[in-house]
Design a protein around this ligand. Structure first.
Ligand SMILES: Nc1ncnc2c1ncn2[C@@H]1O[C@H](COP(=O)(O)OP(=O)(O)O)[C@@H](O)[C@H]1O
Ligand SMILES: [Mg+2]
Length: 257
């Protein structure tokens, strides 16, 4: 980072370390991880399977304790589930007996906020992700892509400044995934969130991000950070640009299996 960089830091990992103690011994998942993510920045993390990406998101959201080092969100150390964070998982994890609207309003109930004052907000989000007319459908009546859009609305209902996304489109077919990337870009531009995005797909990371961070195999640390300077909003045809290909090749060669 440049010393004249005065942007607000929204997420900071400082010498972060995580070791799991299991019945079969210790698993050293994360070692000496240092990353700063700035306000309204879109940062993707890529790395080999099992290197600790999900662990990193869980530590950030306060769902898992760290072993050593520091994690701060919006200037405060993380010491439990954080309200300023919306989380989207690889699977939509919707409650199957609740309608689309009721799934989106679940965090409001859990936080004991007045449901009626969030109903309009929920409808705005439903419109934003193009699900108008489906608010009373059950999850089983929706496609995978639609379910993932519902889980995105659920993450956005409390309007958290930070979104953590763990391979959210990994289980979708390629065409739906491209649509979701455009949709996410549009939402990110409308809502101006800080996003930490985990993905297996290097083109997806390059397409969406301001910066892509490559992690080493376990125990993970940062091996490469790449700035993506394509103009926004990005278009699907950007993927055929020479520079896009160059960045993908650079990132691919940095990922060690
Ligand atoms: N709750 C846990 N207990 C013990 N080991 C775990 C636990 N969660 C993850 N691990 C281990 O930590 C490592 C990183 O896991 P994970 O963060 O899920 O990787 P990734 O998301 O990058 O594929 C793996 O070796 C995994 O087996
Ligand atoms: Mg994972």
């Amino acid at each position: 980072m440049k010393s004249n960089d005065h942007r607000k830091v929204m997420i900071e990992f400082q010498a972060l370390e995580k070791t799991f103690r299991t019945s079969k011994g210790e698993v050293h998942a994360i070692e000496d991880l240092n990353i700063k993510i700035f306000d309204k920045e879109f940062v993707s993390v890529v790395g080999p399977s099992g290197c600790g990406k999900t662990t990193l998101l869980k530590i950030t959201s306060g769902l898992l304790p760290r072993t050593a080092g520091g994690v701060a969100v919006n200037g405060s150390p993380v010491d439990g589930p954080a309200k300023q964070i919306g989380m989207v998982f690889q699977n939509p994890v919707l409650l199957k007996w609740r309608t689309v609207l009721d799934n989106i309003l679940l965090p409001i109930e859990i936080l004991k906020l007045p449901r009626r004052s969030y109903q309009e907000k929920a409808m705005e989000l439903i419109k934003l992700v193009d699900l108008i007319g489906f608010e009373n459908f059950l999850p089983s009546e929706l496609s995978g892509g639609m379910q993932q859009r519902v889980s995105l609305c659920r993450a956005l209902i409390t309007d958290p400044p930070i979104l953590l996304m763990d391979e959210p489109f990994g289980s979708l077919d390629a065409l739906t995934r491209d649509d979701m990337n455009l949709e996410l870009q549009r939402i990110w531009e409308t809502k101006k969130k800080t996003v930490l995005f985990i993905t297996h797909s290097i083109p997806e990371a390059v397409f969406l991000s301001d910066r892509v961070v490559v992690l080493s195999p376990r125990p993970s640390k940062v091996v490469l950070t790449v700035d993506v300077n394509f103009k926004r909003p990005r278009e699907p045809s950007d993927k055929y640009e020479k520079e896009f290909g160059r960045l993908c090749t650079l990132l691919r060669s940095a990922i060690k299996k």
